[in-house]
Design a protein around this ligand. Sequence first.
Ligand code: NAP
Ligand code: G4F
Length: 325
Amino acid sequence: MKKAFITGTTGQDGSYLAEFLLDKGYHVYGLTRRTSTQSFARIKHLIHHPKLTLVSGDLIDQHSLTYAIQRIKPDEVYNLAAQSFVAASWEQPVLTGEFTALGVTRVLEAVRLGYPKAKFYQASSSEMFGKVREVPQRETTPFYPRSPYGVAKVYGHWITINYRESFNIFAVSGILFNHESPRRGLEFVTRKIANAVARIKLGKQQYVELGNLESKRDWGYARDYVKAMWLMLQQDKPEDYVIATGETHSVKEFLQLSCQAAGINDWHSVYKHNPAYDRPAEVDSLVGDATKAKKKLHWQPSISFPELVKLMVEAELKLEAKTED
Ligand code: NAP
Ligand code: G4F
């Protein structure tokens, strides 16, 4: 039986990846950090699974990581944990650097010292392309990060490559473009819109306050993207891959389609601009070229942009209909 160690198990991607690997018969060890209230909402349906073991630790605590990997001897390590909210990275730049940048080195050190045979996956991000140098962005496109988060991810990306080249560790970096789902945190724009639109439809809220409606993202479905992570670790050679849909859409389009899916005729009537959500430096437009992943991993997205929006709005309508404020 294969063993996988996931950091960030309680997050959007970690929860889908845990499900995916458990379905494949893996024993999954999920790192969780100690908090005064538990953050298990996304994995509550898996908690009693006989092949899921939760392991206590933190990206900031080297010993907890090294000890876990030494003990578990995992075949695969997925480093998904991070301070992942771009807007918060200007408010907490040092913490973002600690978790999102140095945290990667700590997990790599844990692999190097604890079990160097483990294959390692790093959750890199299209946010590294920032002020884009090329359209569409591919594996060879130079980076120009625009936030402390993006800068931290560039560090994580290069330290992964460095451990591959220095210590011969099977370490890969997946450069994933935005991927969304009903499990997305409420602070991210897609879930924020889907949830607000559902609440407006049900009479629980009047409007949604947003920042820049013109920025564009290459939005895919999170379930598809965790499969790509696994595929990268099943290859003979460790290589880095871009994972994206190849389509870009604006925040405005997301809002329009969400209103349509909820049966709200005029999106202008439910929207207000709030400059508090504008960013000190914006990533205006991202669109990825996943040709390499399609050729070598035989990976492709399973749903379209309108299907993703509909899926998210329908999930919020269900959720909000059964939740009281
Ligand atoms: P997410 O929902 O915000 O999950 C982040 C996870 O990291 C949570 O489980 C969180 O634990 C954990 N975490 C944060 N700080 C930690 C620490 N110090 N020690 C241990 N665990 C810690 O993020 P996601 O959307 O699933 O993304 C997964 C990874 O992919 C992240 O690295 C993100 O930066 C990257 N990424 C995401 C996207 C995207 O579109 N989703 C695109 C490219 C790259 P708690 O539950 O305790 O907070
Ligand atoms: O949903 P967002 O916060 O995601 P962002 O910044 O693209 O980051 C996400 O994707 C990255 C991959 O490219 C990941 F690495 C990262 O971890 C995260 O998952 O914002 C998307 C866009 C931005 O341009 C933002 O300015 O939406 C714009 N936006 C407009 N109004 C808003 C809002 N974003 C948020 N969060 N909230 C708003 O009210």
